[in-house]
Design a protein around this ligand. Structure first.
Ligand code: AHR
Length: 492
């Protein structure tokens, strides 16, 4: 099969906000406890952080981590996780039916984020709580005044404010699974009032309002309109969440889900602009795609797992090559929509639907999805380019035309580099990809993620799927193997 990409390096979609390569750590399963934090592990530092996990997180150059949830945040009392660890309460955690020991809280997590070289995106509880507890939390985190909560932080050993710049107004409040789920009206009101007090305490922050937790929610569209009607003047971003799966074992259709993500983004951006026009506002509300990934094998696992465990094995999805291909396509979709999507969080980072896995007391290892995420984060910084792509296509189950080639390109002017990310979605044909418009550039690197068995997975002892450097014979055409993810790096 032949395909072609025409590149015009002056045709720019947008400068990419590096925060689209963010991730997410929730108090869920073994993400925190026995994930990033395991004081008895031989590689743990004096604070209990696993050094091997920190090293893997650093390899991803993850610019942003959302915390502490997720569904967890809607029942969380942040004060339970500060001060003397021996006095912190153990509590029933209702989102995941586990026990929360509170040995890690905001004091510890901001320390971990600093060691990991990442920024924190903090979520406030708008389920069981509201504006009052949110304003106390932001004073604790960012306050510089001689007042109670800022002083409490100082007393706990943190003279300097944490200076957290990005705040989520609750999580998935449209879903009836959420602790204290709300109607769009109820959420719109509480989000507005919380936004006001948060920005009064710290006017330098940015705020994210909850959009829909899935494009298939029956309230999708109306939820966004109602929430934005209330919050438009007070928030900076609207969130989107989406997880895809291949339960039907229909890989062609599964790989087409990136087009669904694309439509979800474009429809949601249009709704933001509809409210902008309705209000006659000069301000644009952009998008925060703060939960996205492949997730289906372990969905609803908490309902059948043994209840009230500490750090249970929950949502430990094992990823194969086809999952990595879709993750690669979804990253291209985020880049191609970087004019509207300014924040993205691969959900999640460690053990829970994650690129990084750990054994209790043992090794840490990389899942298949680690690689497209890492390379996109490392090489996808700069400006996203408008591409003209020609490729044969196939029909998705909805009847959409899905090009076999899924691609994006990023120009990094500082390094005189153009990087093309390209997935061949064909399950049986290699693709001869011609690249035009890159005169003066030569192909310096071709990284390929491929295995004949599209269902192959990695494990603690065997890395069946890892990137290979392909031999470079000429700049164009490049051969993309059937069902492979590729990164082509061109330099002057
Ligand atoms: O990421 C796992 C869960 O998925 C999050 O807690 C929730 O926000 C979403 O439903």
């Amino acid at each position: 099969m032949k395909a072609k990409i025409s590149i015009d390096k002056n045709s720019i979609i947008s400068k990419i906000d590096n925060r689209i390569y963010g991730s997410f750590i929730e108090h869920l399963g073994r993400a925190v406890y026995n994930g990033i934090y395991e004081p008895t592990h031989p590689l743990a530092d004096e604070s209990g952080w696993r050094r091997d996990v920190l090293e893997l997180v650093k390899e991803l150059k993850c610019p942003l981590v959302r915390y502490p949830g997720g569904n967890f945040v809607s029942g969380y009392n942040w004060e339970d996780g500060i001060g003397d660890k021996s006095k912190r309460p153990k509590k029933l955690e209702l989102a995941w039916l586990s026990i929360e020991t509170n040995q890690v809280g905001i004091d510890e997590f901001q320390d971990w984020a600093r060691l990991a070289g990442t920024e924190l995106m903090m979520a406030v509880n708008l389920g069981t709580r509201g504006p009052n507890e949110a304003r106390e939390l932001i004073e604790y985190c960012n306050g510089e005044t001689d007042t109670h909560f800022a002083n409490l932080r100082r007393k706990n050993g943190f003279e300097k404010p944490f200076n957290i710049k990005l705040w989520c107004l609750g999580n998935e409040m449209d879903g009836d699974w959420q602790i204290c789920h709300k109607t769009a009206e109820e959420y719109g009101r509480i989000a507005t009032e919380t936004a006001k007090v948060l920005k009064w305490v710290d006017p330098t922050i940015e705020l994210v309002a909850c959009g829909s937790s899935d494009p298939n929610m029956p309230t999708y569209g109306e939820w966004e309109r109602t929430v934005l009607d209330h919050t438009y003047d007070y928030v900076d971003y609207l969130s989107l969440h989406c997880y895809y799966g291949n339960k039907a074992n229909d890989t062609k259709n599964f790989l087409a889900r990136a087009e669904d993500m694309d439509r979800f983004i474009k429809r949601t951006a249009a709704i933001c602009d509809e409210i902008k026009a309705k209000k006659g506002s000069d301000k644009t509300v952009n998008l925060s795609f703060d939960e996205w990934n492949v997730w289906y094998r372990t969905k609803d696992e908490e309902k059948t797992a043994e209840r009230w465990q500490i750090a249970p094995h929950l949502l430990e999805e094992k990823y194969n090559l086809e999952d990595a291909l879709l993750v690669g396509c979804m990253l291209s979709t985020l880049q191609n929509n970087s004019d509207r999507v300014k924040i993205g969080c691969l959900a999640q980072l460690v053990n829970v639907i994650a690129p990084i896995m750990t054994e209790n007391g043992g090794k840490a290892w990389k899942q298949t999805i680690f690689y497209p995420y890492m390379y996109s984060s490392l090489y996808g910084r700069g400006s996203a380019l408008n591409l003209k792509c020609h490729s044969e296509s196939y029909k998705s189950n909805e009847g959409w035309d899905i090009p076999y080639l899924c691609s994006s390109a990023v120009i990094n002017e500082d390094e005189d580099r153009i990087t093309v990310f390209a997935t061949n979605r064909s399950l049986d044909s290699d693709m001869e990809l011609s690249l035009c418009g890159i005169d003066g550039y030569t192909l310096k690197e071709h990284i390929e993620l491929y295995c004949d068995d599209i269902k192959a997975e990695n494990s603690v002892d065997c890395e069946a799927i890892s990137p290979k450097k392909r031999e470079i014979i000429h700049t164009s055409p490049a051969i993309l193997k059937k069902h492979s993810w590729n990164m082509l790096v061109f330099e002057k």
